[in-house]
Design a protein around this ligand. Structure first.
Ligand code: GLP
Length: 249
């Protein structure tokens, strides 16, 4: 019930509005000589947002020098230069085209040995905490209500961790990986707890295909079967939608 929704004509205008909010936050923080801590997402939903941020950098001089980013997730195992890695996605869609410092870009490491993962995840969270937490978290939503790779069943206080991907999530990703057999079974994801601790959360969803899960997340019960429904308990969250994704509200 807490979830504010804003409906745009299309994903393009919604993405531009989110980019504008991010740009303003970056500039306010810069004027205060503060870093701007952004939680970033992958998937198709934020592509328009990143394109607009690149445009704001190139055409309007928006600087990312004070931005420190933490991506939500990465497949495991995953090499950074692999076509489907989220490292590659972020580099190609955003980082390579703006003046963000490479050392300020954090993405979970898909190349770790299994035994290293738990300590790595704790350290990922500690880095966020040392910076005072995430100022603004960008989210997409899986068709099953996952946020990051927090699948159905994830707890509200879940930590950053290695997770098994749902079959339905793997099927959705399988065309990128040229078949289900090549699709990773696991991923490292920021936990729900750190997402909920962000000062502000913006979830973007476009298209008819997301309309059912958007209804469940916004109007349904808060349940770990639909991790996005936890956002009903966040006090500064906006779902940025288009006509189609909002059509069942
Ligand atoms: C993947 C990502 C999620 C993303 C979801 C939805 O599972 N790990 O963070 O929200 O896909 O993807 P899309 O935006 O392409 O619908």
């Amino acid at each position: 019930e807490n979830i504010g929704t804003v409906v745009y004509e299309d994903s393009n205008s919604g993405s531009k509005a989110v980019a504008k909010e991010i740009a303003e936050l970056i500039q306010v923080k810069a004027s205060q000589k503060q870093p701007c801590i952004l939680g970033l997402a992958t998937g198709s939903s934020p592509k328009g947002l990143y394109a607009e941020l690149v445009r704001l950098h190139k055409e309007e001089g928006l600087s990312f020098k004070n931005v420190i980013s933490f991506n939500l997730d990465e497949y495991y195992p995953m090499e950074p230069d692999s076509v489907n890695s989220y490292v590659r996605f972020m580099n190609e869609l955003l980082f390579n085209h703006v003046d963000i410092l490479p050392e300020n870009c954090h993405i979970p490491d898909g190349t770790l040995d299994k035994e290293e993962i738990a300590d790595y995840c704790d350290a990922y969270e500690s880095k966020i905490e040392a910076l005072g937490g995430i100022d603004l978290q960008i989210l997409g939503i899986g068709g099953n209500g996952h946020i990051g790779f927090n699948e159905s069943g994830s707890l509200q206080n879940s930590k950053t961790r290695l997770v098994a991907l749902d079959h339905i999530t793997r099927v959705a990703a399988s065309s990128d990986f040229l078949g289900l057999n090549n699709t990773p079974r696991t991923a490292i994801t920021l936990g729900v707890k750190k997402i909920m601790e962000a000062q502000r959360v913006i979830l973007m969803a476009w298209g008819e295909g997301k309309s059912n899960i958007i209804k469940q997340s916004v109007e349904g019960q808060v349940t770990n079967l639909v991790p996005a429904s936890f956002l009903q308990e966040h006090d500064n969250v906006t779902f940025v939608l288009d006509k189609e994704s909002s059509s069942k509200l």
